[in-house]
Write a protein that binds this ligand. Structure first.
Ligand code: ATP
Ligand code: MEV
Length: 529
């Protein structure tokens, strides 16, 4: 497999797109969950977020020079639009004082550039309902702002096809993930990135990730009003970070958490649409009306994050130890309560929490902006510890601090405390029975359940978009745009792009998906690409 063109070392090749046509290539970026600290992070408190295994995938293909068009195909939101490259407002973006280089720092959107883009955004999806049109326009604005900032008038005609396995507007950073994909694709096209390749030193990996993240933040600003930057940071670099927003345009303080445990995570989507911008504005209004009270709640959320950070980075931290997990779980519970008091929960999130609490499977909180979206549950690690200390209260199971009592199978209802206790004697099989039973209940109430792993890879590159299925001798199978569009659901997309989690499970205990042919910038273990 060849590497992406790395022009940093060959300046004479810079921005040269002559024949033969560039091969199609793919990039991908993960979604994220905020484990602790959402909303408070907007107001300068620390938060911890981690990448998840759900991802967006962007396929870039090139047309012959006779076309002078750029096409955005975003079927997840039923958006497809083609612009004439020559009619885009290149002059506005290249005006003296406005032109940005790929290494420049852009911390806010330029209102004049937004105005120059406006007619090109307005021509997208006329005559559809306003609520959907707004979504189309956010994605178009993100794409066009980045395209005009990073590409040039001479850019080759191209088609950008994006599909995501991350549910939209669910608190899982779908917008950041697409911003990262668009940024990395454009940066690769203009040869402003080096690698990813084997043996790339960690500092060099970090530099590429920062460059991508920087532009992804610009894309995020086009979609959100006032993002903290935490989502794009995790979608770019992967794994997990402690993130504190910079004050007055200063850079954010980002501490990569390389020791963050790759914990199994239950994710439940309320399927209640909401907008991050609206939820963030709710908290801003609360702060305006009740400044001292709101500041205290935000401070308390910051303390939750601090406590988790101290634990995770303490010497000898063992995520498998029941005490450590209980500490992380208690913090999840407290964090959720504080978010409820900020007014960003939703009855559906509370219902999910009630259903999961009843099983004793783990600790649950809303994640992301709330107001709908998703809940996360940190699962107890070993079936043996699953029902520890479950006791009866108001008909629901809840955890006590008492840890080591065993109980026997009573044969009652699968989610009753007695049956939860029986998991100890029946191990993993029963844990899965409880999970299956929960899935049915959640699905009956219209919720979607996903099982994922925390702390995965960041940006990935498949250059060219060819998979060899383990056989480097044969030419391999090209992933073309049509195959990508035809792939059915998450499973179909993952199969097409070479994700083999089952194989990985057998090989490494399910800790990391295997992504055949894909390369990643992994500053935490630069050799293991
Ligand atoms: N698969 C996709 N295809 C095209 N556009 C997308 C896709 N996923 C997200 N977007 C864009 O991102 C917007 C969703 O952003 P929003 O911040 O509301 O949700 P989120 O990023 O999933 O949640 P959060 O920010 O709380 O984690 C959509 O309106 C759309 O413009
Ligand atoms: C609610 C919020 O804190 C998290 C969104 O995923 C907003 C942000 O950080 O931009």
């Amino acid at each position: 497999m060849s590497n992406p063109p790395t022009a940093a070392k060959a300046p004479q090749m810079h921005r040269k797109y002559s024949s033969p046509m560039m091969p199609p290539f793919m990039v991908s970026a993960p979604g994220k969950v905020i484990v602790y600290g959402e909303h408070a992070v907007v107001h300068g408190k620390p938060a911890i977020a981690a990448a998840i295994s759900l991802r967006s995938y962007l396929h870039v293909s090139f047309l012959s020079k006779s076309h002078r068009t750029v096409t955005m195909r975003f079927p997840d939101i039923e958006l497809e639009h083609t612009w004439d490259i020559d009619k885009l407002p290149w002059d506005a973006f290249a005006a003296p004082g406005r032109k940005k280089m790929y290494y420049d720092s852009v911390t806010s959107l330029d209102p004049d550039l937004l105005q120059a883009l406006e007619p090109h955004i307005q021509e997208v999806s006329p005559g559809i309902p306003e609520s959907i049109r707004k979504i189309h326009h956010s994605s178009s604005c993100c794409f066009l702002y980045l395209f005009l900032s990073l590409a040039s008038r001479k850019t080759p005609p191209s088609v950008y096809t994006l599909r995501s396995t991350i549910p939209l507007r669910a608190g899982l950073g779908s917008s950041a993930s697409i911003s990262v994909c668009i940024s990395v694709a454009l940066l690769l096209q203009i040869r402003a990135l080096s690698g990813p390749h084997q043996d790339q030193p960690p500092q060099e990996c970090q530099l590429q990730i920062e460059r991508i993240n920087h532009w992804a933040f610009v894309g995020e600003m086009c979609i959100h009003g006032d993002p903290s930057g935490i989502d794009n940071t995790v979608a770019s670099g992967g794994k997990a970070v402690l993130y504190t927003r910079g004050k007055n345009g200063e850079p954010a303080h980002i501490v990569p958490l390389h020791s963050f445990p790759e914990l199994p995570l239950l994710l439940v989507n309320t399927r209640q649409a909401r907008s991050t911008a609206v939820e963030v504005a709710k908290v801003a209004a609360l702060k305006q009306n009740y400044p001292a009270l709101t500041e205290n709640i935000l401070d308390a959320i910051g303390l939750v994050t601090d406590s988790a950070y101290k634990l995770i980075t303490s010497p000898g931290f063992d995520p498998e130890s029941p005490q450590a997990l209980k500490h992380l779980g208690d913090l999840v519970t407290v964090n959720h309560g504080l978010l409820v008091s900020l007014g960003v929960s939703h009855p559906k999130l509370e219902r999910i929490r009630e259903l999961i609490d009843h099983t004793g499977l783990g600790w649950t909180k809303l994640t992301g902006a709330g107001g709908g979206g998703c809940a996360i549950t940190i699962l107890r690690p070993r079936p043996a510890s699953l029902p520890n200390g479950i006791s009866q209260g108001n008909g629901a199971a809840h955890q006590s601090d008492d840890d080591d009592d065993e109980a026997s199978d009573s044969g009652s209802e699968p989610d009753s405390p007695a049956v939860a206790a029986s998991v100890i004697s029946n191990g993993t099989k029963l844990k899965h029975r409880i999970l299956d039973n929960l899935e049915v209940k959640l699905s009956n109430e219209g919720f979607d359940k996903f099982e994922t792993t925390l702390a995965g890879d960041g940006v990935g590159v498949l250059w060219p978009a060819v998979l060899h299925n383990g056989n480097e001798e044969e030419g391999g199978e090209e992933i073309d745009q049509e195959k990508f569009l035809r792939a059915e659901g998450t499973e179909g997309i993952e199969r097409l792009v070479g994700v083999a989690s089952a194989r990985a499970m057998a090989r490494n205990g399910g800790l990391r998906d295997v992504r055949e042919g894909w390369r990643f910038w992994r500053p935490w273990d630069a050799d293991e690409v």
